[in-house]
Each structure stands twice: as C-alpha cells, then as structure tokens.
Write a protein that binds this ligand. Structure first.
Ligand code: 5AD
Ligand code: SF4
Length: 572
C-alpha cells in the first residue's frame, strides 16, 4: 500500500520536475521515459516522503540542483496579491523565504526584476482579473526587454490557487510566464527563480500532505499595520460540491500549536494589536502532537461530515485558549468556522475571554435545505438556524457574518426565496455575496448542470445585496448613542479623519482630537483603543466622536463577559 501510494506521488513529482539535462528536443524531454531516466530516483523520493534522513523534507534541499543554478541575490520582487486573507498570509511566507535567500522587495513596478502574482481560482471573475493583470505584465515585459538600460529581462511568477489549477497549461497559454508554483511549493521558489536566470521556465505544483510552513516566520508586507493574519491550517477536506479549494489547496492539515503561539507572541512583542487565525474550517483544527485531554461537544442533531471525525490531539478551543492568553490586550479573530462542526467548547472560550472578538463567520451558503444538500454542506436550514440561536444564547451580543451563493445548479425561485428569508431572520452584520460560478473538477461540474441563466443569477445577487444593506443599515442605526471600543488602524486619506474597527469589524470613523488618557489628554495613533460614541450610521461604516483612551481590560471591566454586548454605556 505504501509503495502504491508513493509510486503515484513519485510519478506526479517527476512530471513537475524542471529541466536539468542536455536532451536536445522538447519532445524528447517531455517523454515519460526521459523523465524517469533523468529525474530523481525512487530512493530520493522515498527519502523525501518519509523524512527518513538528515535531508529536510522539502525543496530546495533536494540533492539534484542543476549546474546552471543562476544568481538571484538582490533581485527585486514586486508582489501582486489577489483573493482571500489566506493569500495575503501566504505571500508573507513567500516573502520570508525569498528575503532569506537575498531577494529584495519593491513597491515600484519600474524597479522590479521579478513580478510574483499570488492568485485566486475560486470564481471565474477572480481569474479574469488575473488574466487582465497578466496582459499588462506581458506588455510591460516586452517593453522592458527592448529598453537599453536594463541588463536582465523581468521574470513573471504565478503562485497560488490558479497556478495549482492550471499547472503547466498556464505557461502554454501565457507565454510571458516563467514560474508556476502551487500553494505547497513556496520553499522551492528560490530554486525555481534561479532556473529562470538561464532562460528556462519552471513549474512545481506538487501538493503535500504535511506542509504547513510551521518553521517559516512570515515577514509582514505592511510592517505598520496594527493587525496580522496567521494561517493555522492549510487545505480543506470538506468537498462542498461547488468549491475548487480542495483541489487547489489539497488535503487539510494543521500547523503545530507551539509554532502558532510563538508567532502570536512575536507579533505582540512587535506592537501588533489584532491577529486573525485563518483556516478553511478552523473547527476541525487538530494538533496531534499535543494532547488536550478533552473532547468536543456539538449540537446533537442535523449536522454531518464527509470525513471521519478526529480523535485526540489539541483542538481549536484549546488553541484559542492558548493564543488569547498570550496578551490580554491583543484582539483575536478567526475565520472560517464551518457550521457543521461548531463545538460548544469554542463558544465557551469566546464568551469567557474579553480579547476574543464576539464576531463569528458562519458561512451558510444558502437558505434552502435542498440546495444545501446539493452543495453537500452537511446541514439543513433548520439545523443552521438552531445553531444561530444556540450561538446567540451562549454569547449575547455576538455579531455574525456569512458567505452566500445564489444561482447554484438547479436553484429554483422558491429555493432562492429561502436564502432571502434566512438572511432576513439571521440579521447578519457582514455578508459576502456571490453569484455561482461553475468550476471544473468539482463534483457540481461532474454531477449537475449550471442551468440558472446569468441574468437570473445577476438579479438574485442584486436582491441579496439589497436586503443585506437594508438590514445592516437598521442594525447600525440601533447603535447610535452607544459607545464602542475601537482599535485605531490609521487615517481616512480623503478626509483626514481617524479610521478604526469595532469588535464586529465594522469601520468606525471619527475626528482627530485630543482625548483623556491615564496621563492627561493626548491625540490618537494607530494601535490605540478608543471609546467612541456612535453618532450616525451607514450600512458599511459608523461615524462617532472619540471620548477617551481605553484598553480591553478597562473597557469591559464593569461587565460580566457572558452578558455583554458591544456597548459600555447606553444613552449616557
Ligand atoms: N461560485 C461562487 N462562489 C463560490 N464560493 C466558493 N466556490 C464558489 C463558486 N464556485 C464562495 C463560497 C465560499 C467563498 C470563499 O467563496 O461562498 O465560502
Ligand atoms: Fe470550499 Fe467548502 Fe472547503 Fe469552504 S469548506 S473551502 S466552501 S470545500
């Protein structure tokens, strides 16, 4: 069994192994026979896959570097990041790896030697944006290659989900691309980029069962930001029928808790005031190298998973406990939490810790049980609503956000109306709303028809946006007169006002004035916690007046954590 599984991985491995021999024709190079003759041996692979040697488990420490390994020191890299927060976090891992190898970073296109585009493949629209960017980069590369004062032509690398989805087809389709690297091959980037120095293209789209980049300390792209993202797991095993993520990011795996806690401590020491823990489904986090001694309790009925539930190890509730204990003045957020396995222990730790934001991303995706069944979400409308009621009972004042898809395969008018009524009942504070986009490889692609016409998808999408904005506006108006604890992020460029976020991650703006602190009055700067009285509300932003400097401990001290909402004083 071991041999069979690993032979499969071996064959995939060598098919993505870059060219390093002297075969003359491309056809000869492309043949499988050639690759088997000139690629790494099975012994090399087994050493790598079992870690049964001193050779670390990942490239670029593989022992067969090409002779023409080019010098990339001081090459300037320009990053383009598309897609989700996980992509931002991955870019910080990539930058950490490249910085160690002597690369530099630039924010100016004209200074760049290498453009690295971190891509997203979740919807066709996301990919189209990236194709447009590649059109621009192709033209830029051509213009730069004829310019006299440059010695080296620029290189273009495509990273992330689109790289994984399209693999070498990306280079066939877009000739300007030099490097294609999937989400699990970032350690290999220095080598892949070095290969391009001698004019080769390089592809590594091998997915891993164990890569978590746990030992790579990400280097933040925006060093001034008061908030940071931390990936606590990679991949997804859920296989929702519409979703490409399990195919582009591979199998689910959790990063060791100790390395996460270390990173949080390091961020706290460098002045970061808010971290968001990232995973496709944080509730299935499990560090099997540690023991918690406790097990999860879940709502008994109406939820099921497609994979065997995990036993033993340290769970998400334990991780939250550890992370939130690092610095009581650091706000902790996390996303996303799949509704199908939401343990009570997680709710409990959120309700007890003042620095864990009372805001949950609980993506419903649809409001109709039959659509949810076709999506293979593992819960019905009724079970989801029961969970919402339960969450609100355990954490009063909790904010909720969601992702919703309209126009999924076979969605009837009646089924869509159920999405509208679910949004009406739940009253989300934040919602990300998408028209369905069919993706190749997914179960929906194989099993269902993308039969809702585009105009209908557009119209349903517009209706979702309308109800969401209308309800949000009402929710926000109800906050007028209340005082929110706002973490200051920076300045609104147009108005010069101060911009921050409340506990529900809603933007709050207010005028820059001196306010009381422990030691007299002083102005406001990024990273400060400020008590702000809300004066007016729009659907996506609140406006208020700053009252005083505060802290998490100070602001909530008069309130029992279990029954507090957002506010400290009402109409005082
Ligand atoms: N079409 C539209 N939206 C999608 N999402 C995932 N796959 C698709 C798709 N094929 C949405 C889901 C998910 C969010 C990240 O993107 O709502 O939660
Ligand atoms: Fe995609 Fe479902 Fe996994 Fe989320 S949980 S990444 S929607 S497969």
């Amino acid at each position: 069994m071991f041999f069979l599984q690993n032979t499969k991985r071996f064959i995939r491995y060598i098919t993505c192994f870059p060219r390093q021999c002297r075969c003359k024709s491309d056809a000869a190079f492309e043949s499988k026979k050639h690759r088997i003759k000139h690629g790494p041996s099975l012994k090399d692979f087994i050493i790598q896959s079992t870690g049964a040697s001193d050779v670390p488990n990942h490239p670029p420490h593989i022992p067969y570097l090409p002779e023409n390994y080019g010098d990339t020191s001081k090459r300037k890299v320009y990053f383009d990041v598309y897609g989700c927060q996980m992509n931002l976090s991955d870019t910080e891992i990539v930058w950490s790896i490249l910085q160690k190898e002597g690369f530099e970073k630039t924010e100016k296109e004209e200074e760049a030697d290498i453009f690295l585009v971190m891509t997203c493949a979740i919807r066709e629209g996301a990919e189209n944006k990236i194709w447009n960017r590649l059109d621009h980069l192709r033209g830029y590369k051509r213009r730069r290659s004829v310019s006299r004062n440059r010695h080296k032509p620029i290189k273009i690398g495509i990273l992330g989900c689109m790289a994984e989805r399209l693999k070498e087809k990306l280079i066939e389709k877009e000739k300007a691309v030099d490097v294609v690297a999937g989400p699990d091959s970032y350690r290999d980037l220095p080598r892949l980029l070095a290969l391009t120095e001698s004019g080769q293209t390089a592809v590594n789209v091998l997915l891993s069962l164990d890569e978590t980049y746990a030992d790579v300390v990400p280097v933040r792209l925006n060093q001034n930001s008061v908030s940071a993202f931390i990936s606590i797991m990679r991949g997804c095993d859920n296989m929702c029928t519409y979703c490409i993520v399990p195919f582009t990011r591979g199998r689910e795996r959790s990063r060791a808790a100790a390395s996460i806690v270390d990173e949080v401590r390091h961020l706290a020491d460098s002045g970061v005031k808010e971290v968001t823990l990232l995973g496709q489904n944080v509730n299935s986090y499990r560090d099997v190298t540690e023991q918690s001694g406790r097990s999860d309790t879940q709502l008994a009925t109406g939820f099921k998973t497609v994979y065997k539930s995990k036993k033993g190890g340290l769970r998400f509730a334990d991780l939250l406990d550890k992370v939130s204990s690092v610095d009581p003045e650091m706000r902790i957020r996390f996303t996303a939490a799949h509704p199908k396995d939401f343990p009570d222990e997680v709710l409990q730790v959120i309700s007890e810790r003042p620095n864990i934001c009372k805001m949950l991303h609980l993506p419903a995706q649809a409001g109709s049980s039959s659509v949810l069944e076709r999506m293979r979400r593992g819960y019905s409308r009724e079970a989801y609503l029961r969970l919402v009621a339960h969450v609100r009972a355990v954490i009063p004042g909790v904010g909720l956000s969601t992702d919703m898809i309209c126009g999924f395969c076979g969605e009837t008018d009646e089924e869509f109306e159920e999405t509208m009524t679910l949004m009406d009942i739940v009253d989300y504070n934040v919602a990300f709303l998408f028209p369905y986009s069919m993706r190749e490889k997914t179960t929906a692609y194989r099993r269902y028809k993308d039969d809702v016409p585009d105009e209908v998808k557009k119209e349903r999408h517009a209706r979702m946006i309308e109800i969401y904005r209308r309800k949000c506006q009402r929710l926000h108006e109800a906050e007028i007169g209340n005082v929110h604890l706002v973490l200051v992020e920076g300045i609104v460029p147009k108005t010069g006002q101060i911009l921050g976020r409340n506990e529900h991650y809603i933007k709050v703006v207010f005028d820059d004035v001196e306010i009381p602190s422990g030691e007299g009055n002083r102005g406001v700067k990024p990273g400060d916690y400020v008590g702000v009285r809300i004066l007016s509300a729009k659907s996506s932003v609140l406006t208020g007046v700053a009252l005083y400097h505060s802290s998490i401990g100070e602001f909530y001290k008069d309130y029992g954590w279990a029954d507090r909402g957002l506010l400290r004083e009402q109409n005082a």
